[in-house]
Design a binder for this molecule. Structure first.
Ligand code: ADP
Length: 588
């Protein structure tokens, strides 16, 4: 044991000096007041440790060394108190009183020529001075220890761990110093010295990690947060209420992740999308400062001080997430920045997705509104045109030259086509608004199909049409107008998507408890992969885009079929033709 003690003594001196140098380097890099106080606290403590072996020197030099040690000792307490003051401020008067008390105690101790060895014989004034010095130091240190520990309770993992390390480290030092000063003969035993030396050696890493924790440790501290973050990320990407709420959650997590005190997301337009730990005005001020977004676009380069700026490349433009270090997070390492970059891409995806669904919803609404307005506005003029064309054809407006008469059927057919499209649009708009109510009544599917065929007769002329139907009626409860819309739509499509002169077959039949109308053409057909698209709103197949149409017909028809508890299905082969089968339940 005795051989070990000098080695331990030197080891303690070395690690304390290294610790002081590390805080110094950290302070030089950041140059802020808070780190300055930490340098003062740990630097002067290292001074005490280094100078203390010389305390055995006798005479005037010995006294000078004692006084210097005393001052350094008090300074180390003062430094820690001021460090605490920099994030949990003391009241001004308290700070002044404490400073004055420390100076007074220091002067008093120097004046009474306090002996170097606390266990040596003391005069009564010297005894008072010794107690005063140690009590002052202990108070300066104990108060921050308790204060910081309490403050750590509400903090995220990384900050809490740092601050507790500092508290624990200082707590250990207080214990060692108090025991050495007052425990008399116990503290002189070799075993005791050994134990305290080891304790002091263990304390040093604690103090070190509190201001400069290595990456692996920060990652370890962050681990519990990471697990919670994963869950939060899942929520962020799956349920997305709206952009602001999402951004708010994201920003809170970003700050927690790296132990930042406050954070905000600046939107692409420069406004504050979400902020955490900042007042509205503070957040606005940051957002208004162009340097942050500039830093974001300048990837990798971070602004000076304890701030990280992470770019968010949103669809609406570039924006940035800014995270400010708190009192307990004096630095952000590369690891934090990397982690934030990873997190930022998830945030970007989440925010873009919300924006996208909002935009799609708005577009859908605009489409519906347009459909409604356009269809109603078109109907009036179309009725007038069709009316006059029919009057011209019937001769009630006088006779026309033969050449003019010959184009009338085509004009009427075209206006019928336009009319049918307008009707489709009106019905589609009704369907979207939930205003399409069926007026069902007992009817005959055979008769209704024939009526529908009559309705599109003019456009059927260029094709061959066969109708296969049973001799008797097929009764079904249907809305007669809507039923005909479906059949007319299938016929119109058969004409549109098959060549002139090709055969179109309509089969009306009864299968089981269903009435069916199947329309078969020998047209271009539809590839299997495209078949699901036909029945969607505005769904058209790329290859048929040059044929006029709205893409609403089949969607509307299937909806009408399903409102009747029936269905509309397709069977088709590209190049061979298609069969659309419309079925509704029989009545009864
Ligand atoms: P529109 O005919 O007005 O485009 P529809 O909803 O009636 O809208 O039809 C949707 C799409 O389905 C059409 O654009 C066309 O590509 C395809 N289609 C419909 N009927 C047929 C058919 N009989 N043969 C081939 N393709 C068809």
């Amino acid at each position: 044991v005795t051989d070990l003690l000098p080695v331990l003594g030197i080891a303690i001196q070395v690690v304390f000096v290294l610790l002081a140098l590390a805080t110094m380097a950290d302070w030089l890099r950041h140059q802020d007041r808070r780190r300055g106080y930490l340098v003062l606290a740990l630097g002067s403590l290292a001074g005490v440790v280094v100078v203390s072996p010389a305390l055995s020197v006798r005479g005037a030099l010995g006294q000078l060394i004692t006084d210097v040690t005393l001052v350094l000792f008090l300074l180390s307490g003062y430094g820690l108190l001021m460090f605490r003051d920099s994030f949990v401020p003391l009241r001004r008067n308290t700070r002044r009183a404490v400073t004055a008390a420390i100076v007074a105690v220091g002067l008093f101790a120097v004046a009474v020529q306090l002996p170097a060895d606390p266990q040596a014989a003391h005069g009564s004034l010297q005894a008072v001075a010794l107690v005063a010095v140690i009590a002052t130091w202990a108070l300066c240190v104990l108060e921050p220890i308790v204060r910081m520990w309490i403050a750590s309770l509400g903090l995220p993992a990384v900050e809490a761990a740092r601050i507790r390390a500092l508290s624990l480290g200082y707590g250990g030092l207080v214990a060692v110093i108090l025991v050495s000063s007052f425990a008399g003969s116990v503290s002189r035993a070799n075993e005791y010295v050994l134990i305290t030396d080891v304790v002091v050696l263990l304390i040093v890493p604690l103090l070190y990690v509190s201001f400069s924790p290595p990456t692996w440790l920060r990652r370890l501290w962050r681990q519990p947060e990471e697990d919670a973050l994963r869950q939060a990320l899942h929520d962020l990407l799956t349920h997305s209420p709206d952009r602001a709420t999402q951004a708010q959650r994201a920003v809170v997590w970003a700050a927690r992740l790296v132990g930042g005190a406050s954070a905000l997301i600046i939107d692409a337009d420069g406004s504050v999308l979400a902020a955490h730990g900042l007042s509205v005005d503070e957040a606005r001020a940051v957002a208004a400062d162009p340097s942050y977004v500039r830093h974001a676009s300048d990837r990798g380069r971070q602004p000076p001080g304890s701030t990280v700026v992470i770019p968010l490349n949103l669809e609406q433009g570039n924006s940035a997430m800014v995270i400010f270090a708190g009192p307990f997070t004096p630095l952000f390492g590369d690891d934090e920045v990397l982690r934030l970059h990873q997190y930022a891409s998830s945030i970007t995806v989440g925010l873009d997705r919300v924006a996208l669904s909002a935009r799609i919803a708005a577009l859908e609404k605009a489409k519906t509104e347009f459909l409604q307005i356009a269809s109603h506005e078109l109907r009036g003029p179309m009725t007038v045109i069709k009316g006059y064309l029919t009057m011209l054809e019937g001769g009630s407006l006088g006779s026309l030259p033969a050449s003019a008469m010959s184009v009338l059927p085509l004009l009427i057919a075209k206006s019928d086509e336009a009319d049918a499209m307008i009707e489709q649009m009106i019905e589609a708009a009704r369907l979207e608004d939930g205003r399409l109510a069926l007026k069902k009544q007992q009817g005959d599917v055979v008769e209704l199909t024939e009526l529908a065929i009559q309705g599109v007769r003019p456009i059927l002329n260029a094709h061959k049409l066969t109708v296969e139907k049973p001799p008797g009626p097929i009764p079904a409860d249907v809305d007669p107008d809507r039923f005909q819309i479906v059949v007319r739509n299938l016929l119109t499509n058969a004409v549109k998507y098959s060549p002139t002169g090709a055969l179109i077959t309509v089969v009306v039949d009864q299968r089981g408890d269903r009435a069916i109308v199947a329309v078969t053409d020998e047209g271009i057909g539809i590839a299997e992969a495209d078949q699901a698209r036909l029945f969607t709103r505005f769904g058209r197949i790329q290859t048929t885009q040059h044929i006029s149409g709205t893409g609403l017909g089949l969607w509307l028809s299937r909806e009408i079929a399903r409102m009747h508890d029936g269905d509309l299905t397709v069977e088709s082969k590209p190049g061979r033709g298609s069969t659309f089968t419309f079925q509704v339940p029989l009545s009864g």
